[in-house]
Design a protein around this ligand. Structure first.
Ligand SMILES: Cc1ncc(C[n+]2csc(CCOP(=O)(O)OP(=O)(O)O)c2C)c(N)n1
Ligand SMILES: [Mg+2]
Length: 655
């Protein structure tokens, strides 16, 4: 079919400007500027099959510059994905349309990652490229042999997470990763020269990347740059010189095209300029057919791959892993039985390591790691060798001091599929990784964050390292399960729950200090599954329910015993996970937290939020201090002697 690349690209321009115009909101500049480079990528280079968007060996494509969402919606539509339909595009940015303001992976097949928070797309692409090489090391070229492409804007490359991710990618030599930079020298405020004068190409070269440059409208030059990128063993940055809003005669090259409709007049002028005579949302038949045909390019590859899979003796395991299913016989029951048989006074971070020994031995899909705190986070198990440039089969990643980059890469790995990433840092530094934790929750991906040193219990490192408000902030993120287990058994139970949650991330807040074993009885049920459960029942008539998490549960038990001495019956409810508790029915919740009893929360962290459950909140609403842990618990009132009088006072009981 004899349709020019320019005509193909103009279909993207028309769809993008018309959809933004119809919505009266959106970002036409980026899709118009990158239309040619994206067309060549999607019609000549990208390996994908619109008929099977989940084909495991497809190339991954991440639109890191997510504001240019009409670019990917156009590409998916034009190459023949089932969705979006032209009506979906007509309803761009409207309630119910999968063509949301920014691309959301759970709304459309073919959108590999949710992007919009600039920089994270590239970091997720790094994670995808890691997963690809890791699976390739395990399953070989026959089953896993694809690339990861990303389109990034100036903004993506300015963000700090870009430095973390690009550094990691260079270090790991991820040659299958190609980032196309929409080098239009414009951001919202105007020219990039307002804020930036660094040599980005030199920066990437210094990370160990291959850097190519091309003219974003010289088609052969674009092809040459892509081919160079494919041939080079290093990750590639392709600096693609473009003009934002290309095709809009009066507005192109200006920030005015970044995030506003062009306006009816300018839209008409574009039609004139590029020779587009079709009405909005109509693609001329020859152009539409050429796009569809290009969308079929990889069907032969796909068929051959399916035959190889059918003939592979690894097929069942490969399919299980790509589907995200755990092995049917996966269980931590033996591990937990051992903990109950031989109770140990250990830190929950150590308990997590013990759980991971059992997990990693059973699940080949886990990839652990830490942001340079391996020995403190206890994230590495004996059978894990490092994942390195020389050996991608390793199952442990030394992320370096890159908490945000780590969490974003974990999202990319989880989105790629076939692996379950977990990564560690101190709970206090969840603040550094928080934007990616939020995005994993929004994207519904399984990533497990191992956050140790979870309170003043970390001791001498002091208030810079002692989390206070972090738990409250993390609990506020929708679809993130935050766990704070109280002993080794709870830690194992929480790990089992985290791994079983396929549609969202989990975070384990773990202690540095040793905790006494509390769960001494063997049982089939995972008690943490309900988020909270009665660990101790009142002996005398119940007047008080002590609601505690993690390291404060054993303290709550001591407090309960002291209250019983005052003839005040006290339950202790361990509450490792608020979010799971919230998912229980009213009867269960009321049984644990009965009206009429004095409910007291005890947690060595901000009381913010605990008011919803308890009328007396014992916590830490200030920064901690540098001292041995025991001195801090004494100083801040986490003792039986300090807590009992407060409860008696609340009950109006005289001592
Ligand atoms: C982390 C983050 N900060 C700010 C924004 C708001 N924002 C959206 S696009 C943009 C400018 C991006 O410039 P560039 O990447 O060059 O895109 P272009 O204007 O060229 O399309 C900004 C600041 C955002 N989406 N994410
Ligand atoms: Mg720009």
């Amino acid at each position: 079919m004899d349709v020019s690349t320019t005509s193909l690209a103009n279909a993207i321009r028309a769809l993008s400007m018309d959809a933004v115009q119809a919505a009266n909101s959106g970002h036409p500049g980026m899709p118009m500027g990158m239309a040619d480079a994206a067309t060549i990528l999607w019609t000549e280079f990208l390996k994908h099959d619109p008929a099977d968007p989940k084909w495991p060996d497809r190339d991954r494509f991440v639109l890191s510059a997510g504001h240019g969402s009409m670019l990917i919606y156009s590409l998916l539509y034009l190459t023949g994905y089932e969705r979006p339909t032209i009506d979906d595009i007509r309803n761009f940015r409207q309630l119910g349309s999968p063509c949301a303001g920014h691309p959301e992976n759970f709304l459309l097949d073919g959108v590999e990652a949710t992007t919009g928070p600039l920089g994270q797309g590239v970091a997720m692409a790094v994670g995808m490229a890691i997963a690809e090489r890791h699976l390739n090391a395990g399953y070989g070229d026959a089953l896993v042999d694809h690339r990861t492409w990303a389109i990034a804007g100036d903004g993506c490359l300015m963000e700090g997470v870009n430095h973390e991710a690009a550094g990691l990618a260079g270090h790991l030599g991820l040659g299958r990763l190609n980032v196309i930079w929409d080098d239009n020298r414009i951001t919202i405020d105007g020219g990039t020269d307002l804020s930036t004068s660094e040599d980005i190409e030199a920066r990437y070269a210094a990370y160990g990347w291959h850097v190519a440059r091309c003219d974003g409208y010289d088609h052969d030059d674009i092809r040459r740059a892509y081919r160079e990128a494919l041939a080079d063993p290093r990750p590639s940055l392709i600096a693609c010189r473009t003009i934002i809003g290309k095709g809009a005669p009066n507005k192109q090259g200006t920030a005015a095209t970044h995030g506003s409709p062009l306006g009816a007049e300018e839209v008409a002028a574009v039609r004139e300029t590029i020779g587009w005579t079709s009405p909005p949302f109509e693609i001329p038949a020859d152009i539409a057919a050429a796009w569809r045909e290009a969308g079929q390019r990889a069907t032969g590859d796909h068929r051959a791959w399916s035959e190889r899979l059918a003939g592979s003796d690894r097929r069942a395991e490969f399919e299980r892993r790509m589907a995200g299913d755990l092995p049917e016989d996966f269980s931590l029951a033996d591990h937990i039985a051992g903990l109950i048989e031989t109770p140990q006074k250990i830190a929950t971070r150590k308990a997590s390591e013990l759980a991971l020994e059992a997990i990693n031995a059973q699940l080949p899909e886990t990839i652990g790691g830490s942001a340079d705190l391996t020995g403190s986070n206890n994230t590495k198990t004996k059978n894990q060798k490092p994942l390195t440039k020389e050996d991608y089969s390793g199952r442990y990643l030394y992320y370096g001091i890159r908490e945000f980059g780590m969490a974003a890469a974990m999202n990319g790995m989880a989105l790629h599929g076939g692996v379950i990433p977990y990564g560690g840092t101190f709970l206090i530094f969840s603040d550094y990784s928080r934007p990616a934790i939020r995005l994993s929750a929004l994207q519904q991906v399984r990533a497990v964050h191992v956050m140790t040193h979870d309170s003043i219990g970390l001791g001498e490192d002091g208030p810079t390292h002692q989390p206070v408000e972090q738990l409250a902030g993390l609990r506020a993120i929708p679809n993130l399960d935050v766990y704070r287990p109280a002993d080794a058994v709870e830690t194992a139970e929480c790990w089992a729950l985290a791994l079983a949650k396929r549609d969202g991330p989990s975070l384990l807040a773990l202690t540095r200090q040793n905790l006494p074993p509390l769960r001494m009885k063997a049982m089939d049920e995972n008690l943490c599954a309900k988020g909270a459960y009665r660990l101790r029942a009142a002996i005398k008539g119940r007047r008080v329910v002590l609601l505690a998490t993690g390291s404060e549960v054993s303290l709550a038990i001591e407090v309960a015993e002291a209250l019983e001495d005052h003839a005040i019956g006290s339950d202790v409810v361990s509450m490792p996970c608020w979010e799971r508790f919230e998912r229980q029915d009213e009867a269960y919740r009321a049984d644990l937290l009965p009206p009429g009893a004095l409910i007291v929360s005890i947690e060595a962290a901000a009381t913010f939020g605990w008011e919803r459950y308890a009328s007396l909140n014992i916590g830490l609403d200030r920064f901690g201090a540098s001292a041995p842990a025991e001195d801090l618990f004494n100083r801040f009132g986490f003792t039986v002697e300090a807590i009992v009088p407060r409860i008696l006072n609340a009950l109006g009981v005289k001592e």
